[in-house]
Design a protein around this ligand. Structure first.
Ligand SMILES: [Zn+2]
Length: 168
């Protein structure tokens, strides 16, 4: 069984809160995180057998909304009971926009880099994790404020649309 990445259960190492703001790829914030605590369990993590080939697991920087503590973490490994019997398919569409149209946006699913999405393009991802967290960063790795969380069902499909924030 492959390891499935999750952000469910990720907590502030200082106060234990799960109410976290995503700041982006670690290092993209400059020196403020130098020497910060690096949490998470897994250095080399497969998202799932069927995930896109370009996935990359890197530490992500978070800020605790409760105590303002900044920290970095890799994704956690999903609990067995949270792993779907069949993957759920996610279609992620970056809606066309004039502002920043040429800039890359990078999609993260459960803390794993799933690749660049061009303006107006759609990428298809699969998840074997019931509890999913998606966020998007700019080309420098700085996360947009908007974070999308959803419960996946086995064999299901989810359409996600993004235009500088997630659009319902
Ligand atoms: Zn905290």
């Amino acid at each position: 069984m492959d390891t499935v990445a999750t952000l469910k259960g990720l907590r502030c190492p200082q106060c234990g809160s799960e109410d976290l703001d995503v700041k982006g790829k670690a290092g993209s914030m400059g020196k403020e995180l130098a020497g910060a605590f690096l949490g998470g369990a897994i250095a080399h993590l497969a998202v799932s057998r069927s995930a896109s080939k370009n996935v990359e697991t890197v530490p992500i920087a978070y800020v605790c909304k409760n105590c303002k503590h900044k920290f970095q973490s890799l994704p956690l490994a999903a609990q067995q009971e949270d792993i779907l019997s069949a993957p759920c398919t996610i279609s992620f569409t970056r809606l066309s926009g004039f502002v920043g149209a040429l800039a890359a946006m990078v999609v993260y699913l459960n803390g794993v880099n799933c690749g660049v999405v061009k303006n107006g393009a759609t990428i298809t991802l699969q998840t074997s994790n019931r509890w999913n967290t998606m966020f998007v960063t700019d080309q420098y790795g700085v996360a947009f404020k908007s974070v999308y969380r959803f419960e996946a069902v086995p064999g299901g499909t989810v359409a996600v649309r993004f235009k500088r924030k997630f659009v319902e």
